[in-house]
Write a protein that binds this ligand. Structure first.
Ligand code: JD8
Length: 391
C-alpha cells in the first residue's frame, strides 16, 4: 500500500518512522511519503491560509496549494482509474471505525490531507472528488487542532491489518470490535501480585470454561461501557428490574411521553392522561403507587405502576403506565413487567384491571395473551381489560 500525507507540520508524522509502520516499510508492506504543503505555496511567505468568506473567527486553508499538492501526488495515471483515496480527517467526518479501517486496508493508495486552522477550503475536496474517492473521517466527538494525529491513528489502524503485517494474524481475530464486543481482561505471570490473584478459571486449563468466562467478561464490559455496541435484544439479559425511586422521575417522565406518543397516533382524538400529566403529578404517584422500573445497562427502558382500588366485590389491583422504550418493544419486556407487577398485588386483591386505547391493538394483544379479557369502552376511545387474581 502507498500512503501519502500532506501537512504543514511534517514533523508530526515522525512517529511513522518509529513504530509499527516503520517495520511495515522495512518489509515493503507500506510505502509512506510525507509532504510539506508549503512546498506548493509560492509566495515569499509560503502562505497557506486566508480569512474565511462569510466572516467568522480563525483562518481557512487556501485551495491553490492543496490543488497543486494533490495534482502532484495523484498523477494522471492514478487519477485515470481513481486508484487513490483521499482521506480527510475532520470533526465533521463519518466516525472512523474498525470496519472502515478494514475497508481502507484494501485500498492501494491512501492520501491524507491534514488540515489546520478552521479547515480546508471545501472546493479542494469537491475538485478532488472528480478524480479520487474522498473520505471525510472523524476520530470522535472531541475537537483537535489539526488532522495530523488523526492521520497517525488511521494509518496505524489500517497498516496493522495489511497481510503479513501482524506477527500472528490470529491475534487480529480476537480483538475488540472484531465481534462487536469489547475485550475481556487479560493477565500474565505472576499468578499473585500485590495480593491480587489471577482469576482461577484462567489457570484451570479448561478451555471451555475459559472461553465462557472471557465471553461473559466481554459481554459485561460492553454492556457497562458501550451499550451502543450491544443489540437491544441482547441487552435484555442485563436487566435490572426494581422498585422505582424518586430519582427515576425525570427519565420516567421522558419515557412516558415517548411511549404515549405512539398511543396518541393509534388513538387520534383520544385524551391520553399520560400525555396530559404534569411532571409533579408523576412524581406524586411515583411515591404513592407501587412502581417498577427497568434499567438495561443503566438506561431506563421500561416501567409499570399499580394501585389498589378497594371494591365491595373485592379489591382491584389497577395496573397502568406499562411502558417499554420504543426501540426495545416486541421483546417480551412488557410481558415481564406485567407478570412482575401482578405478583406484587396485595392479598386482598381479587382482580386485575388495565385501561388502554381502543385503538391500541398491540397492547390489547399483549394483555389478552396474559389472560386479560376485554370488557369494553369505559369512555370514548378507552377500553378496560380485567383478569381474576389466580392464587
Ligand atoms: C482536522 C483543523 C481544527 C476543527 C476549529 C479547532 C478528526 N475527531 C476530530 N476532532 N477534531 C478533528 C480535526 C480538527 C481539525 C482538523 C481534524 C483541521 N482542525 C478545527 C474545526 C473547529 N478547529 C478530528 N479527525
Amino acid at each position: 500500500m502507498r500512503i501519502d500525507v500532506v501537512t504543514i507540520f511534517p514533523e508530526y508524522l515522525a512517529p511513522l518512522e518509529l513504530s509499527l509502520a516503520g517495520k511495515a516499510r522495512e518489509r515493503g508492506l507500506l510505502d509512506i511519503h510525507v509532504h510539506d504543503l508549503r512546498d506548493w505555496a509560492h509566495d515569499r511567505h509560503r502562505t497557506v491560509d486566508d480569512t474565511p468568506y462569510g466572516g467568522g473567527a480563525g483562518m481557512v486553508m487556501k485551495p491553490e496549494p492543496w490543488g497543486e499538492a494533490l495534482d502532484a501526488i495523484v498523477d494522471a495515471e492514478a487519477a485515470a482509474d481513481r486508484r487513490a483515496t483521499l482521506v480527510v480527517p475532520t470533526p465533521s467526518g463519518v466516525p472512523f471505525t474498525q470496519p472502515l479501517a478494514e475497508e481502507l486496508a484494501t485500498h492501494a493508495h491512501l492520501v491524507f490531507a491534514c488540515g489546520r486552522y478552521e479547515g480546508i477550503d471545501q472546493r479542494v475536496l469537491d475538485d478532488a472528488s472528480a478524480r479520487m474517492d474522498v473520505r471525510e473521517v472523524s476520530l470522535g466527538d472531541y475537537v483537535l487542532n489539526g488532522g495530523e494525529v488523526a492521520a497517525l491513528v488511521v494509518i496505524e489502524a489500517v497498516a496493522r491489518l495489511l497481510p503479513g503485517f501482524m506477527g500472528n494474524a490470529e491475534s487480529l481475530v480476537e480483538e475488540s470490535h472484531q465481534d462487536g464486543l469489547l475485550e475481556y481482561p487479560v493477565y500474565t505471570k505472576p499468578a499473585e501480585w500485590r495480593g491480587l490473584a489471577v482469576p482461577e478459571v484462567l489457570r484451570s486449563g479448561d478451555h471451555g470454561r475459559i472461553a465462557a468466562w472471557r465471553r461473559d467478561q466481554a459481554l459485561r464490559r460492553t454492556t457497562e461501557r458501550r451499550p451502543d455496541l450491544r443489540h437491544p435484544a441482547e441487552l435484555l439479559d442485563d436487566l435490572e428490574i426494581r422498585a422505582a425511586v424518586p430519582a427515576d422521575a425525570g427519565e420516567l417522565f421522558t419515557l412516558q411521553r415517548a411511549c404515549w406518543v405512539q398511543e396518541q397516533q393509534a388513538n387520534p382524538g383520544a385524551v391520553i392522561p399520560a400525555l396530559e400529566e404534569t411532571y409533579a403529578e408523576l412524581q406524586r404517584w411515583l411515591t404513592t403507587d407501587t412502581v417498577l422500573v427497568v434499567r438495561a445497562a443503566g438506561r431506563l427502558v421500561g416501567a409499570v405502576r399499580a394501585r389498589l382500588h378497594p371494591r365491595p366485590d373485592g379489591d382491584v389491583w389497577d395496573i397502568g403506565r406499562l411502558m417499554v422504550a420504543p426501540d426495545l418493544q416486541g421483546r417480551g419486556l412488557g410481558r415481564e413487567l406485567l407478570d412482575r407487577i401482578e405478583r406484587l398485588a396485595p392479598d386482598s386483591a381479587t382482580g386485575f384491571e388495565l385501561f388502554t386505547g381502543a385503538g391500541s391493538l398491540r397492547n390489547q394483544q399483549l394483555y389478552k395473551k396474559a389472560g386479560y379479557r376485554l370488557r369494553g369502552e369505559v369512555e370514548p376511545g378507552v377500553v378496560v381489560l380485567t383478569k381474576r387474581v389466580g392464587r
